[in-house]
Design a protein around this ligand. Structure first.
Ligand SMILES: Nc1nc2c(ncn2[C@@H]2O[C@H](COP(=O)(O)OP(=O)(O)O)[C@@H](O)[C@H]2O)c(=O)[nH]1
Ligand SMILES: [Mg+2]
Length: 331
């Protein structure tokens, strides 16, 4: 059960108060609010109800690519560049490492530490857990919180081209795919997955080997979408080389979306996917809980275990039973 064990009527007032502090840009409140988002349940719903009208102002950026290509280093430098341009920056780093070690998580936190104390920068890490849909949902809502808290730019770092990463990477206005020279297999992966999601491509670690061939390979693979041809940029993240050009390209893409009136449409498309996922996920949780309270559930379970009924026929019957269940859904 995801629902908070504390009585929610008391929590409602607390969550309302927390939301108003988030809207004022209070970093401590943000931290608590993100934990509520991760926890799910009615507190999450109340929180999002409160802040949602105040979202939509931040320019949201997804940074993705294989492990070790230099994404975190690049994010750090991008934060610096955005600070120079007077923007408030929120960062969400989604870590792929096993929740048992948490090694890279700590590393990311340390690497980003120099900015954490600044008032205009907020950085949060989120461990990727087993629950794929849950993570994407938490990430989307965290982006909303950072947006509502007054961040001008929200950056989300994810790894790889798996289902979750693609979901998260596409929950933003602009997606930057970070690769490096001589990735070999990764270039194949790029062709399979990254190609479609990238609005800007970066070949980082340009100091290690000549990136010309990699850049050429990527550039010949990218396709123009609605009049935007994704640029392929070259960077040396630790030195900050190419970072100004990257932030320029992001700003240019942001303007492009606004001028062409594409931002709204893209947002709507993302919402469509999100609502469908969220509704089905909640429906499954709720239906499972209700079903388990039904006499027919135990009856059918018993029949299957005694081999009076097979699992496939049982599943079909359960679907019919779920369809007939009524009750007041959690509002
Ligand atoms: N030589 C070189 N090393 C880099 C560059 N960018 C990042 N690194 C190093 O590569 C390692 C992985 O970087 P990190 O930012 O954690 O990659 P991530 O896994 O994509 O987030 C770190 O040791 C960085 O210092 C670069 O442009 N050149
Ligand atoms: Mg990283």
């Amino acid at each position: 059960m995801k629902y908070a064990p504390t009585p929610f009527c008391r929590d409602r007032a607390l969550v309302g108060e927390l939301a108003s502090r988030v809207l004022k840009g209070d970093h401590r409140a943000l931290g608590k609010a993100i934990s509520i988002i991760e926890g799910g349940g009615p507190a999450r719903r109340k929180l999002i109800q409160e802040i949602y009208p105040r979202t939509g102002n931040a320019f949201t950026i997804g940074i993705t690519g294989p492990t070790g290509t230099g994404k975190s280093t690049l994010v750090n430098k991008a934060i610096e560049e955005y600070r120079k341009r007077g923007r408030k920056v929120g960062v969400l780093a989604i870590d792929p490492s096993s929740p048992l070690t948490g090694g890279a998580l700590l590393g990311d936190r340390l690497r980003m530490m120099d900015h954490s104390l600044e008032r205009e920068v907020y950085i949060r890490s989120m461990a990727s857990r087993g629950d794929v849909g849950g993570l994407a949902r938490a990430a989307r809502n965290t982006i909303r919180l950072l947006d509502a808290a007054g961040m001008d730019v929200v950056i989300v770092e994810t790894v790889g081209a798996g289902q979750t990463e693609v979901q998260v990477a596409t929950a933003v206005d602009a997606t930057v795919v970070v690769l490096m020279p001589q990735l070999g297999d990764e270039i194949q992966a790029f062709k399979a997955g990254f190609n479609e999601i990238g609005d800007i491509f970066v070949v980082n670690k340009a100091d290690i080997t000549n990136p010309a061939k990699t850049i050429f390979n990527i550039a010949s693979g990218v396709e123009e979408k609605n009049g935007w041809r994704p640029p392929v940029l070259k960077t040396v993240a630790p030195k900050g080389t190419g970072v100004v050009a990257l932030v320029d390209a992001l700003e240019k893409f942001g303007k492009f979306l606004e001028e062409r009136g594409l931002r709204e449409g893209r947002m709507r498309q993302r919402l469509e996917a999100e609502l469908m996922e969220a509704a089905f996920s909640d429906f499954c949780d709720e239906a499972a809980n209700r079903l388990k309270g039904e006499k027919s559930w135990r009856l059918i379970l018993g029949q299957v275990s005694k081999k009076e009924l097979d699992p496939e026929t049982a599943a079909g019957r359960l679907v019919k039973i779920i369809g007939k269940l009524d009750g007041t859904p959690n509002a």
